[in-house]
Design a protein around this ligand. Structure first.
Ligand SMILES: NC(=O)c1ccc[n+]([C@@H]2O[C@H](COP(=O)([O-])OP(=O)(O)OC[C@H]3O[C@@H](n4cnc5c(N)ncnc54)[C@H](O)[C@@H]3O)[C@@H](O)[C@H]2O)c1
Length: 459
């Protein structure tokens, strides 16, 4: 099929490259010339495992452009995957979506095109995008639109860091469409994923238990709500274990044992029960805010979702409080922070807890030294005001520090030869923000180990 993808960020690029690998004819359009130039030269503008290999494998079916006129006309399917960041009142900023829909509408031509909202968009956006497309199409063509296109919703559930894996081997595909023909087109587009008949890309073998992928075919509003409901649920699962973690610390229980003990209950499940400094990234914060804003519009409040946000925010300040408990004074002290990306295996810094913790410490007069194995360049570009705090080597993170905070559990940090660094610190305190280090081992190496709750452990 002929596919156009609007927006080559984490979602759009993954969608475009994966569909091209599956032998669809894909054109990706983005307004960012630098991104398009990089992609044309075979390099990925984002850090995502397997992306560059897949770009090469799919190159014959894949082109990149900044011009809608080279991408939209004649497409069977147009995916819109532009950003939908939060505004101050929690509602998503839909300017990018509006601009994209206007441009798509202007260039629609052909028999029948399904325009798919892949961005996470508020309930009712399907109708809204339909109206923009129609207006733009009619202005440009000087005639009424009459069945040339239909809008569908196909929310994205990929995890950054495993984006390509999740695209080929999803738990489910959700399609919201009020038009039978649109549903049939998308069903056909995804057929080889739904029935798992494609040859796996090298390095991305099919998981052992992988069966046919369930298709949830529903109406537009339900598809849109499924995305928000899923993200809010995952966010509150993490906040729940973090709330339990604080109580565990107070009653002398080990939250990791509690998480294991409840996670083995198949009704609960073990994923998203890892305690720590909480969630970040581009999705959970903005999507829970959007859900609350939508509820408020309908004069309804959602205390559970609200609480998940509050607990998550509290985790960040708990880091500072825990350091204060240990050190009494934070002002004038030096802290090393390991990890800036909001989670391992991505360079995404949006709403990263590590960065907010650094800011909280700086605001209290501390000096912070920041390190990330992958996201440092992006950090320099996106947060120039903090870039002077970046250090290049692990030695500098530990050197003369009063404490080191493990903020992102990159494998490089977990596998570190920690013993090499203990002697460099002014005070060998480690705060494990991800409950990922072996506390006994750290103590044996000479560190004083603390997590977000529970006793300090030292030899
Ligand atoms: N990142 C994730 O893990 C994830 C997961 C699921 C859903 N989502 C949702 O997917 C959407 C996209 O997220 P993302 O992380 O890929 O965003 P992103 O910021 O990485 O990418 C968006 C891209 O769209 C481009 N763009 C903006 N306006 C444009 C226009 N008018 N025409 C063409 N290109 C335009 C930008 O230049 C950018 O490259 C959001 O709604 C997000 O909530 C994201």
């Amino acid at each position: 099929m002929k596919v156009c993808v609007v927006g080559t960020g984490y979602v759009g690029l993954t969608t475009g490259v994966s569909l091209a690998y599956l032998a669809h004819d894909v054109v990706c359009v983005d307004l960012d010339q630098a991104k398009i130039d990089m992609l044309r030269s075979g390099r990925s503008p984002i850090y995502e495992p397997h992306m560059e290999e897949l770009l090469a494998a799919a190159a014959a079916n894949l082109t990149f452009t900044t011009r809608y006129e080279d991408a939209v006309p004649g497409a069977d399917v147009v995916f819109v995957a532009v950003q939908t960041p939060s505004t101050d009142d929690g509602n998503p900023d839909l300017r990018f979506l509006r601009a994209a829909a206007e441009s798509v509408g202007r260039h629609l031509s052909g028999d029948f095109t399904v325009v798919v909202n892949k961005s996470t968009v508020p309930i009712g956006s399907g109708n809204w995008v339909d109206a923009i497309l129609r207006e733009s199409y009619e202005q440009h063509n000087s005639r009424r639109a009459d069945g040339e296109f239909s809008v569908a919703s196909n929310p994205e559930f990929l995890r950054e860091g495993a984006a390509i894996h999740d695209t080929f081997y999803p738990d489910r595909i959700v399609i919201g469409a009020d038009n039978r023909r649109a549903l049939d087109v998308l069903n056909q587009l995804y057929r080889s994923i739904l029935n798992q008949s494609f040859t796996p890309p090298s390095g991305l073998g099919r998981p052992d238990q992988m069966a046919a992928v369930p298709l949830v075919s529903t109406d537009l509003a339900s598809a849109e709500l499924i995305k928000y409901a899923a993200n809010a649920f995952l966010a509150l699962k993490i906040s729940y274990i973090n709330e339990i973690g604080q109580l565990a610390g107070r009653v002398g229980a080990d939250v990791r044992e509690v998480a294991r003990g409840i996670g083995l209950d198949s009704r609960i499940g073990s994923r998203f029960l890892q305690p720590g400094i909480g969630w970040g990234g581009s999705c959970f914060g903005k999507d829970t805010a959007a859900l609350l804003a939508t509820a408020a519009e309908y004069k309804y409040d959602m205390p559970i979702v609200n609480a998940a946000r509050e607990v998550n925010q509290r985790q960040r300040t708990l880091v500072v409080n825990r350091l204060l408990d240990e050190l009494r004074i934070v002002k004038g002290r030096k802290f090393g922070i390991l990890g800036l990306a909001f989670k391992p295996n991505t360079d995404d810094l949006r709403d990263s807890p590590a960065i907010q913790i650094a800011e909280l410490l700086e605001a209290r007069g501390a000096r912070v030294k920041l390190h990330d194995p992958v996201a440092a360049d992006r950090f320099r570009r996106e947060r120039p005001e903090l870039a002077a705090n970046l250090v290049n080597s692990l030695e500098e993170v530990f050197d003369d520090s009063d404490a080191v905070v493990l903020a992102t559990e990159w494998p490089q940090y977990l596998e570190l030869d920690w013993g090499k660094f203990v002697g460099l610190m002014r005070n060998p305190l480690v705060l494990d923000g991800r409950y990922s280090l072996d506390s006994e081992r750290m103590a044996k190496l000479g560190f004083r180990y603390i997590a977000l709750a529970g006793p300090a452990i030292s030899a």
